[in-house]
Design a binder for this molecule. Structure first.
Ligand code: ARG
Length: 458
């Protein structure tokens, strides 16, 4: 295919260099956005009188035909094309003649590629948001089912205090809500039109950038044409938001791997989300969780790769920026797949109440409550903390839990004890008392669930 920029040079390029330069193999996925952008551009050229209304109409009809033929498969991508922009313009000119050559008036591939990518990522962000909401709903459903199921809460991966499984799960819902907030915030800055910045300096034609931006659903136009074609912040912000989202999935995945291990047995994954071993017949491996955890590294890699690509680039456009697309496409594809599989995995995950309860009953996770009980009886907290530690050591020596000590044993430590201590160290009572806002009591978790459900309804 002849180069659309042949003129200054012969346009004949070394085959390996040609292949190296071409982005069609990956930017062909922008064809819908490229055509939508060109249709809006043609409308603007017609409206401002830069082209005649007939020319604008011929271009629009030609572009619609190309779109239809690409969708139906009647038209295939020419692998010799340099990129999606050249390809569409070339086919248009083949089909409608000279009018096709006028489409590129008052624009450049520099603003065109920025436009296409913004349009594409706007749609991708919408899809990813839907995926995050679906996952958050699945987690909230599990949280509701297990809102009163007691498990040990951990710090340093050591049993710390009793919490409910519902409370623990709702922590992930809150993370996902922040992810949604970050995505919508990124979308706000992404939704600014670069078209009309042209190569870098704007144009001598009397264009109407706002008309074109409005047609494409943008909230505004880039205010500086050099910035408009140089800016890839919108890609980086999305990649950063996706990296944080993946970090959340990865922590969740890690817990699922731990919880489904024989050592914990807190949860069982549905067979549909596990795999077996080719040699060990007993195995039920949490591969989906592991893969989500593993793919997190890949999304971070996409972010870091583009940050590094951008850091030394002089203004305005540089061909280095062509490297943005494979990174962000990979990140979006990866995140969407992870969200889909994760949602199914969570929807079919079952807790093992006996194992959770048994783990909560060992490990003295009610020791803080013992100290709080003594504080309630007038002992300063630091003294109560120390005495409770001594009682834990005593009980551990006797192979007992705090709930198994006798009142006499308690009284041997302090005359402040009475029979109320048994309620203080009772696991259910420990949970019920944590009514503070955001705490683990069923009442408080119900409020968190109600908040989430209200969000899903809106
Ligand atoms: N394929 C290019 C990219 O992805 C399109 C812009 C090319 N602009 C140029 N002046 N060569 O960035």
């Amino acid at each position: 295919m002849a180069k659309l920029w042949a003129g200054r040079t012969s346009g004949v390029i070394d085959p390996a260099a040609d292949d190296f330069n071409s982005s069609l193999s990956f930017d062909k996925r922008l064809y819908r956005q490229d055509i939508a952008g060109s249709i809006a551009h043609a409308a603007m050229l017609g409206k401002t009188g830069i082209l005649t209304p007939e020319e604008a109409e011929r271009i629009t009809d030609g572009l619609m035909g190309i779109l239809a033929d690409l969708e139906s498969g009647a038209l295939g991508f020419d692998p010799a094309a340099e990129d999606i922009h050249s390809f569409v313009e070339q086919v248009l000119t083949e089909r409608i003649g000279d009018a096709g050559k006028k489409l590129h008036t008052a624009r450049s591939r520099n603003d065109q590629v920025a436009l296409d990518l913004r349009l594409y990522l706007r749609d991708e962000t919408d899809e990813i948001e839907k995926g995050v909401v679906a996952l958050a709903e699945a987690v909230t459903d599990r949280a509701e089912e297990y809102k009163a199921l007691i498990m040990p809460g951990y710090t340093h991966l050591q049993r710390a205090q009793p919490v409910t499984f519902g409370h623990h799960l709702m922590a992930y819902v809150m993370m996902l809500f922040r992810d949604l907030d970050r995505l919508s915030d990124a979308k706000r800055r992404l939704n600014v039109s670069p078209i009309g910045c042209c190569a870098l300096a704007g144009t001598t034609y009397a264009t109407d950038r706002r008309f074109e931006a409005e047609k494409l659903g943008f909230g505004g136009v880039a205010m500086n044409s050099i910035d408009g074609v140089s800016d890839r912040d919108f890609v980086l912000e999305l990649l950063a938001a996706l990296s944080i989202l993946m970090m959340h999935l990865s922590r969740f995945a890690e817990e699922i791997c731990l919880w489904s291990s024989f050592e914990f047995q807190f949860v069982a994954l549905s067979d549909a989300y596990t795999t077996g071993s080719s040699i060990m017949p007993q195995k039920k491996n949490p591969d989906m969780a592991e893969l989500a955890r593993g793919k997190t590294g890949r999304v971070y890699g996409d972010l870091i790769s583009l940050l590094v690509t951008m850091k030394g680039l002089p203004l305005a456009y540089n061909k280095d920026m062509q490297e943005d697309k494979e990174a962000v496409f990979d990140a979006c594809d990866t995140v969407r797949k992870c969200l889909e599989v994760f949602t199914g995995m969570i929807a079919s995950l079952r807790a093992n109440p006996e194992k959770m309860r048994a783990a909560a009953s060992a490990g003295f996770i009610n020791a803080t409550d013992l100290a709080d009980y003594l504080v309630g009886r007038g002992m300063p907290f630091r003294t109560a903390y120390k005495l409770s530690g001594e009682i834990v050591a005593f009980a551990a020596g006797k192979n007992k839990g705090l709930e198994d000590l006798t009142l006499d044993e308690y009284l041997s430590f302090s005359p402040l004890f009475d029979a109320g201590v048994f309620d203080a160290v009772d696991l259910d009572a420990c949970v019920t008392r944590r009514k503070s806002e955001g705490g683990t009591s069923v009442e408080s978790v119900e409020k968190q669930i109600a908040y989430a459900k209200e969000f899903f309804r809106s």
